[in-house]
Design a protein around this ligand. Structure first.
Ligand SMILES: Nc1ncnc2c1ncn2[C@@H]1O[C@H](COP(=O)(O)OP(=O)(O)OP(=O)(O)O)[C@@H](O)[C@H]1O
Ligand SMILES: [Mg+2]
Length: 329
């Protein structure tokens, strides 16, 4: 059975229209004039133990809203959620002991307390034994190097230091599931790599299931085998990262020809031709024209010296989903 399961999940926010000035403001309290934002619509999810799921989509797609419902912070407007056999909103406390969560934009640590005191509090809250705690901190320190700023108050930490603490805090109590909502936002490459290494290790060594929201393609490529793409509250893709790439059928034929005459290819499936002297790049849709058919056509007409077919990179693929959406199969 799936560890995280959502069925027909819905979240609708009511936004009350506020009139002008103080009068309008007061009126908005009694007015029934509102519009609805369908932040999450008819969402079905099944996530198994041990997976690292990339949960992606454009700004406002409904990712954080989903995470808030799965963690029990928000009550769904409709549908069902079961996380490790529990309803996270109704059994919020029990669920909380079983999960970890990082919201990249917020902190779960105590702003004015030194890092070590924040962790002491978390230890008490999650009822972690002294022995397990010491071992955990030592282990985390290896990858996240927390001791560099162990005695500093949280508010004095740099963004990267703070995020390393957040990560450590969310995994402290050996949770079954950790939700990471933009854990790498605003961080430099070195810290991002450290954080990815840590997530991988936790997943591999402890089988902790991770749901990761990010706008960083490298995070996804490095960590996730499966991704779920959300667009305007609806799931538009759920599957392997690789097969998503295959669904984006645009390929690039890059070649060098002996002649410099302007290329003229009027074939269906060709989206774009760029030419600079003898160097030619053709963007084609391989569902309409195969690479071999295209090559044959080209070779009949031009004296080709060298050629290569380029696959699209993940970055452009996901950008494309962000920009255009994607029809569900
Ligand atoms: N508390 C709220 N009240 C009203 N509308 C909300 C609330 N929270 C979210 N929304 C709206 O719901 C939609 C989804 O927001 P959400 O924060 O889930 O998006 P997201 O995918 O996490 O985006 P981002 O990538 O920018 O973090 C947006 O249109 C947002 O304005
Ligand atoms: Mg968000």
């Amino acid at each position: 059975m799936a560890l995280i399961k959502a069925e027909d999940l819905q979240k609708t926010f009511k936004i009350y229209n506020q009139g002008e000035g103080i009068k309008g403001y007061l009126k908005s309290f009694v007015s029934r004039d509102y519009r609805e934002v369908h932040a999450v619509e008819d969402l079905n999810l099944e996530i198994d133990e041990g997976e690292i799921i990339g949960y992606i989509g454009a700004n406002g797609a409904g990712k954080s809203t989903t995470v808030k419902m799965l963690t029990g912070i928000l009550e769904p407007s409709g549908g069902n959620i079961e996380v490790d056999g529990r309803n996270p909103n109704r059994q919020r406390k029990k669920n909380a002991m079983n999960i970890g969560v990082v919201f990249g934009q917020k902190t779960q640590l105590w702003w004015d307390l030194p890092v070590k005191e924040s962790f002491r509090l978390l230890k008490e809250i999650y009822e972690v034994s002294d022995e397990a705690y010491d071992q955990r901190i030592e282990e985390f320190d290896e990858v996240l190097q927390l001791s560099e700023f162990w005695d500093q108050p949280v508010r004095k930490l740099s963004l990267g230091q703070k995020m390393r603490c957040e990560l450590a805090a969310s995994f402290l109590h050996h949770p079954k599931i950790v939700y990471l909502d933009e854990p790498t936002i605003g961080l430099d490459v070195a810290v991002k790599e450290r954080i990815r290494e840590f997530i991988k290790r936790m997943n591999r060594e402890e089988d902790i299931t991770v749901m990761l929201t990010t706008h960083d393609i490298d995070d996804i490529e490095d960590l996730c085998e499966r991704i779920i793409v959300l667009d305007e509250g609806k799931k538009i893709y759920d599957g392997e990262l690789d097969s998503l790439v295959n669904r984006f059928t645009s390929r690039r034929l890059v070649m060098d020809t002996r002649s410099t005459e302007s290329i003229d290819l009027d074939l269906e499936g060709i989206n774009e031709i760029e030419q600079e002297d003898g160097h030619i790049e053709i963007v084609f849709d391989r569902e309409i024209i195969s690479a071999s058919d295209l090559m044959r056509e080209v070779l009949e007409r031009y004296d080709v010296l060298d050629f290569q077919i380029k696959e699209p990179d993940i970055e452009s693929v996901v950008k494309k989903i962000y920009n255009e959406g994607l029809e569900e199969e």
